[in-house]
Ligand binder design. Structure first.
Ligand SMILES: [Zn+2]
Length: 656
């Protein structure tokens, strides 16, 4: 799912237009209020946020499910006039718990009128606030296949009826509002949809269209999805649609749009054929029987399996929202082909779709566009973290499953992982992961295992700090230190991680060093709150930039001590130190003509850590590496300055 068009637009779609039957139809065209520069705001509209409030957490996938549903057959009438859904659901399942003969199905807001097996008398059932408790007789044996038929109907909260288009929208768990089901992502099943709609409308659902028949003012569409799908990906999208196809070597490809939008859609979706070929070649071949997008007044898009629901604002925006087109298409692999094992793993859907929309841009428009997309994502992370209580990507609070940590930070995690293990290894591991879980489910642990298998080493530290437990982002303050050596030159980088506790990051870092003979790019690792990296050089270093290509999610600042020049050349500095860098202690040579009465030792934050007084005629002063209270100062960069005399001498204290 993507709510991609700013809070303003989402509010127009989802609050003032409001969902479903109780609300007025749209009063303002989205296109008019679209901002010039799309930005993302994932604040959920109030009505949607409400859906999450009742939850204290997202439950883990069942380890011993009571049944396994294998097929839904929904024979339904969608009445646009009174906004009801009614008909018969036929559900085939395998019994997995012989200790009981009670079958619970989720169903909310709709009333069941009859429950029976495919053949045989009616079954007893109780309808509660959460669903149906059906007494199956005789009691099924373990692994017995049971088929249950349920007649039901009513006004559905998950069926959104507007004058322009009507559609079901259920992510994450509103499918129970339009059909009885096990409304959990880990119980995937195939689907037959027999949907009756008023004549003049087209009903689009998952899979292949087998037939459509009109009689008595109604048209019945029979769609069949033979690839298992999660309940939140089952759909009915209904409107007076024009269907436009576009060439593809991969599958039947096209879009259902309002007849007045066909030419605009051709512009907006002009790269769809290239896109699906690119993803098919890069990931695994597109696995479904068709891919279509269905226009609606949704803000953003929703990746229903093989039948994405797409906002009108995207259809009419030229190429302005191509990133949403790519995002929703990427979901067909990440979310649909391989479905999250439970909602704690939402980043496997949204982070991946966000990253691969950037990968599409990298492929089609070039690396600079990829970098630009990642900068946008980084800004979303920074803005969100500045105003919210942060949480790890994995297992977010219930009403945070669609916030920028799951989209943008998660996309950055994948970008950094790709850099870490290398693009060919990463691409191969993604393909293995998709192959291993095709038409099934996967967890973060499954994904980590696929990456580790390809990398050949544990990535626990990476997943821990970025996904499982880490919050926030790195904030690095660094100071370059240049010195000559007996064989050449030495560039050192003193790096402090100054982000708030608790996460201390292990990071590979690039630095670009400008030397008298050109630029050199070097890489080093940090893993402590304070580290000093050292790079021997053949030429004299002149300047240094850490993370010059913005490959790390976080902030990098070059530090300078207050009032202390960062120029490290020694000729103008009255003090000299031997040795420097040093480990235990160092000695200052004090100029004979000094009028200063002391030496201050200052750390990189500009704090004086030690004051040493000079007696007249002092030639040499020893610093024992301790501060004023007698504690050894940690390794790092310090400055020594004669009182009242700038500039200062840069000192490097090495670790033991
Ligand atoms: Zn999405």
């Amino acid at each position: 799912m993507k709510f991609g068009i700013t809070l303003l637009i989402v509010a127009l779609v989802a609050i003032s237009e409001a969902p479903g039957y109780a609300s007025p139809p749209p009063t303002k065209d989205l296109h008019d209020s679209r901002p010039a520069t799309p930005s993302r705001d994932f604040n959920l509209p109030a009505w949607e946020a409400q859906r999450f409030k009742a939850l204290s957490n997202w439950p883990p996938a069942e380890t011993t499910p009571p049944v396994d549903i294998t097929h839904y057959d929904l024979d339904l009438t969608f009445s646009l006039a009174d906004t009801t859904v009614s008909g018969t659901a036929t559900i085939a399942l395998t019994w997995k718990n012989a200790a009981t003969n009670i079958l619970h199905l989720d169903l909310v807001g709709l009333t069941a009128t009859s429950v029976r097996k495919a053949t045989g008398p009616n079954l007893g059932y109780a309808q509660t606030a959460t669903g149906l408790d059906i007494t199956v007789t005789p009691a099924p044996a373990l692994n017995e296949v049971v088929t249950i038929k349920i007649d039901y109907g009513g006004r559905s909260r998950a069926f959104y009826v507007y004058s322009s288009a009507s559609y079901t929208f259920t992510e994450p768990n509103d499918s129970r509002y339009w059909f009885p089901c096990r409304d959990v992502p880990w119980d995937k099943a195939t689907l037959d949809m027999h949907g009756r709609v008023p004549m003049g409308n087209t009903l689009v659902s998952n899979g292949v269209l087998l037939s459509s028949n009109t009689s008595g003012g109604w048209t019945t569409y029979n769609w069949q999805e033979t690839h298992p799908l999660a309940t939140y990906l089952m759909c009915a999208s209904i409107a007076n649609y024009a269907f436009v196809t576009t060439p593809s070597a991969v599958t039947t490809l096209g879009w259902y749009v309002y007849p007045s939008h066909t030419s605009q859609a051709a512009t907006a979706f002009q790269h769809l054929g290239d896109m699906i070929s690119f993803f098919s070649n890069t990931l695994i071949p597109y696995p479904f029987d068709k891919y279509v997008m269905c226009e609606s007044n949704l803000g953003g898009g929703m990746e229903h399996q093989s039948a994405t629901l797409m906002g009108a604002a995207i259809v009419t925006a030229g190429l302005g929202y191509e990133w949403i087109t790519a995002h929703e298409l990427a979901h067909q692999w990440f979310g649909d082909t391989v479905t999250l094992s439970d909602w704690r793993n939402i980043w496997l859907n949204e982070g991946f779709a966000t990253f691969f929309e950037a990968v599409w841009h990298e492929h089609f428009y070039g690396p600079a566009t990829f970098d630009q997309r990642m900068v946008t994502a980084e800004n979303n992370v920074i803005n969100w973290q500045a105003n919210h209580v942060d949480h790890p990507i994995y297992d977010p609070p219930p009403d945070n499953i669609f916030d920028p940590m799951e989209y943008d930070k998660a996309a950055w995690v994948l970008r950094m992982l790709r850099d870490l293990i290398g693009k060919p290894v990463f691409d191969g591991a993604i393909t293995s992961y998709l192959q291993a879980h095709t038409f099934g489910n996967a967890s973060t642990q499954d994904f980590q295992a696929a990456m580790e298998a390809a990398y050949g080493s544990s990535l626990s530290w990476f997943f821990d700090q970025w996904v499982m437990t880490g919050t926030g982002r790195p904030k690095l303050v660094y100071v370059p230190i240049f010195s000559s050596t007996s064989t050449g030159w030495l560039a050192q980088i003193d790096i402090n991680q100054v982000q708030a506790a608790p996460t201390t990051y292990r990071l590979p870092l690039e630095a670009r060093i400008t030397t008298t003979s050109g630029d050199v790019t070097v890489t080093g690792w940090i893993q402590n709150r304070h580290d000093v990296l050292a790079f021997p050089l053949a030429s004299q270093p002149l300047s240094l930039v850490l993370d010059p290509s913005n490959k790390m999610l976080g902030e990098v600042t070059q530090g300078s001590a207050t009032g202390i020049p960062v120029d490290g050349q020694t000729s103008k500095i009255p003090l000299r130190a031997f040795p420097n860098p040093f480990r235990g202690s160092t000695q200052f040579e004090v100029p004979a003509d000094t009028e200063s009465h002391g030496i201050d030792i200052i750390d990189v934050q500009g704090r004086r850590v030690r004051e040493m007084l000079l007696e007249e005629g002092t030639g040499w002063v020893n610093w024992d590496g301790q501060d004023d209270s007698g504690r050894s100062v940690p390794p790092g960069v310090y400055f020594a300055r004669l009182k009242d005399r700038a500039p200062a001498l840069r000192l490097i204290r090495l670790g033991s």
